[in-house]
Design a protein around this ligand. Structure first.
Ligand SMILES: [Zn+2]
Length: 349
């Protein structure tokens, strides 16, 4: 027995099937859902009309309308899933990676050879139990000069003309200033010191191939009781062997620095010719690599270490000089010219 409601339901079902076939995207599906299946939709709405049906027909009518609703709802879900699947498939196809294409190599930077040298020297001294102190690029006159026994009228200041921020602040001319800081910071309770300070230093540019307005140094300081020049020589000899090869020897030549007494220049036997004489060592068999000496008692005292109790030695290595010797670089300015043709020659190996 088919009443009006069932008839209406059947018509709606047929109409819904046609409309669903026309829903080709999410928008169409949403509109379809609103039209037929939502609370306000026409197919579901039929269930709300049950009160108009004669009580003896309600059972049959209800189950007929319900089955129409379920049928269309299932069809809707199926179509929805299919459209989503199609969409995903299209996206996958459009994003397919062609693994046969040659890759693009990312442009990577290069380590400046002077950093390679700093790393190498730092490793050597860390292995000997030294700590690494960073220091400051901007120093005061006190730490850069006065505490290192270079008073205002000292002639060595001429060689260390630098960039002044004001009458008292300047770009440090040497990393030694870090030694004065370290000693002063610890002077209230003096303890032995074994430190290096790698870093930049600045001086007025002489504009030739052995000078640059900026260069790097590695400064070392040892302060303890009973430190003698024998300790200095043994330490630097070990450093020279680790840096330039087991067969290297060093020799000390008398020199002068205000902050050390006595002071020495340290030469290493030529690693290019083994000491016979060549162009690298200018025929002498020796290459000057650093300056060093016993810490001047005045420096110890001014920095808060009693020279009657403490002695020490200090040394300074010119990083670019070592790099130039090691890699055969002819001009110090190359380190700072950011020329990729130069930098790409050093891959850290
Ligand atoms: Zn040589």
């Amino acid at each position: 027995m088919e009443n009006e409601l069932i008839k209406k339901g059947r018509e709606l079902r047929e109409k819904a099937k046609e409309d669903l076939a026309k829903a080709l995207d999410q928008l169409g599906l949403d509109s379809f859902y609103a039209t037929y299946l939502s609370k306000k939709g026409s197919l579901r709405g039929l269930l709300g009309n049950m009160k108009d049906v004669a009580p003896e027909e309600r059972g049959e009518t209800g189950s007929a309308i319900n089955s129409f609703f379920r049928e269309i709802n299932d069809a809707y879900e199926t179509r929805k899933k299919r459209l989503e699947e199609e969409k995903r498939q299209k996206k996958l196809e459009s994003e397919t990676i062609d693994i046969s294409l040659p890759g693009r190599k990312p442009q990577t930077g290069f380590i400046n050879p002077y950093h390679l040298i700093i790393d190498e020297v730092t490793d050597i001294f860390i292995s000997m139990g030294y700590e690494v102190v960073e220091g400051r690029d901007v120093e005061t006159d006190l730490y850069n000069f006065e505490l290192l026994n270079v008073p205002k009228d000292h002639p060595s200041r001429d060689m260390q003309d630098t960039f002044y921020l004001n009458a008292d602040k300047l770009l440090r001319t040497q990393t030694s200033a870090a030694q004065a800081h370290t000693m002063r910071e610890r002077s209230s309770d003096p303890k032995p010191i074994r430190m290096i300070c790698p870093g930049k230093a600045y001086r007025r540019d002489d504009d030739d191939q052995t000078h640059s307005h900026q260069f790097a140094q590695i400064e070392g300081l040892v302060v303890d009781k009973d430190i003698s020049i024998a300790n200095l020589k043994a330490t630097l000899e070990l450093f020279a062997k680790k840096m330039f090869g087991e067969k290297r020897e060093i020799r000390l030549r008398s020199s002068y620095f205000p902050f050390t007494e006595p002071s020495v220049e340290v030469d290493v036997s030529c690693f290019a010719c083994g000491g016979k004489g060549c162009s690298t060592c200018k025929g002498t068999g020796w290459i000057e690599i650093l300056g060093a000496g016993m810490v001047n008692p005045k420096v110890l005292r001014d920095c808060g270490y009693d020279p009657e109790v403490w002695t020490g030695f200090a040394f300074g290595v010119g990083v670019e000089r070592v790099a130039m010797l090691r890699y055969g670089i002819d001009d110090i300015r190359r380190f700072y010219s950011d020329d990729l043709r130069f930098l790409s020659d050093f891959t850290g190996k």
